[in-house]
Design a protein around this ligand. Structure first.
Ligand code: UFG
Length: 328
């Protein structure tokens, strides 16, 4: 069985990918320092507590296991925080990723799947967004993802690294079986906060900006189910295994929903009324981000299956209800 190292496998997207791989003929090892992840979410395969900042942890892990490939989910991802504390982002998201890549080189592992982001593109002039758009990040967070993609291209040219940089749009939803889901502290993402409001855990949802140049004035995003994202990792690894060329892939559904549409759908799914309060814009939010995944479809053969917003929110709601019974 091929063995895959899942760095950050105790986090949101990493835990779903760990589950999928461990059910798809892989042995998985999660490497995580549990700074933002949860041991309880790393419930498939083996667990190795380690820190990317510590080269000795990496060396021990690569000595203990012989990996065929590595996936890397362990980045900080609060855009606002990256503006106020960029050092935290450059150290973890960039420097620590270099540590990981160097540990892979030393161990002779050359297949890598990287969690990139649509944030590499910044605020695009036209939609839907394709991979031909220039990188133009507008936050330190986005710049860390751009920098790592550039490093990957250099490592690929010089050392033969085979990589796929998967540029997620808005990851959402939860494992359809309810075995893992989203747990962020603090939570800043729209759908879990809307569900908190539906559950009465917060009195209202604040809508950040009602005067954007969008059909209803609120921001438009492309929400993509986390289980579909996990599938893209499997496709990407198979593609690299067959000798596919390294590169970046946008992962979205190609359809955008406004903040108000998300709230309305959450009301329909939960059967609860959600109080809405209009609030000022959140600095750094692009008006609309919608991805074209035509390249991922064509080259990786990836097709999202849980693409309906109702499905995404229903899965997130199921997880939300389960979590409220056994809080983290
Ligand atoms: N929003 C609200 N109220 C809230 C929370 C969010 O109106 O309480 C709005 C935001 O302004 C935005 C939309 O809901 O328009 C989605 O916001 P999220 O915070 O859920 O997601 P983002 O689009 O800001 O962020 C996501 C990823 C980041 C990534 C970014 C790229 O979470 O990691 O996309 O733009 F960098």
């Amino acid at each position: 069985m091929p063995k895959v190292l899942i760095v950050g496998g105790a986090g949101y997207i990493g835990s779903h990918t760990n589950k999928l791989f461990s059910h798809s003929g892989f042995k998985t090892v999660v490497f995580d320092n549990l700074s933002t992840g949860y041991r309880r979410l790393a419930r498939w395969g083996e667990f190795f507590k380690g820190d990317l900042a510590n080269a000795a942890d990496l060396a021990r892990c690569f000595k203990k296991h012989r990996f065929d490939s590595v996936m890397h989910f362990s980045a900080f991802a609060y855009v606002g925080e990256s503006v106020t504390d960029p050092a935290k982002y450059y150290v973890n998201n960039v420097a620590n990723t270099i540590n990981l890549l160097n540990a892979m080189r030393a161990a002779g592992v050359n297949k890598f799947i990287f969690s990139s982001s649509c944030a590499v593109y910044g605020a695009p002039a036209s939609l839907p967004m394709r991979e031909t758009l220039p990188f133009n990040p507008v936050s330190p967070y986005g710049r860390t993802k751009k920098m790592v993609e550039e490093i990957l291209a250099d490592y690929s040219a010089a050392y033969g690294l085979k990589y796929a940089a998967l540029r997620y749009f808005n990851a959402a939803g939860a494992d359809p079986d309810g075995e893992t889901g989203e747990v962020h502290n603090p939570e800043t993402h729209l759908i879990p906060l809307v569900l908190d409001a539906a559950a009465g855990l917060r009195k209202e949802i604040k809508v950040f900006g009602g005067n954007y140049p969008t059909p209803d004035g609120t921001c438009v995003r492309d929400y993509i189910h986390v289980a579909d994202l996990a599938q893209a990792h499997l496709r990407a690894l198979r593609y690299l295994g067959k000798g596919g060329a390294s590169g970046g892939f946008n992962l979205g559904n190609g359809k955008g929903f406004s903040v108000l549409e998300v709230i309305k759908t959450a009301e329909d799914v939960t059967g609860r009324k959600i109080r809405v309060k209009m609030a000022p814009r959140r600095p750094g939010d692009p008006p609309a981000l919608v991805g074209s995944a035509a390249r991922a479809r064509r080259i990786l053969g990836w097709r999202p299956v849980r693409f309906k917003l109702e499905t995404i929110i229903a899965d997130a709601w199921k997880w939300h209800l389960k979590r409220s019974q056994a809080p983290f």
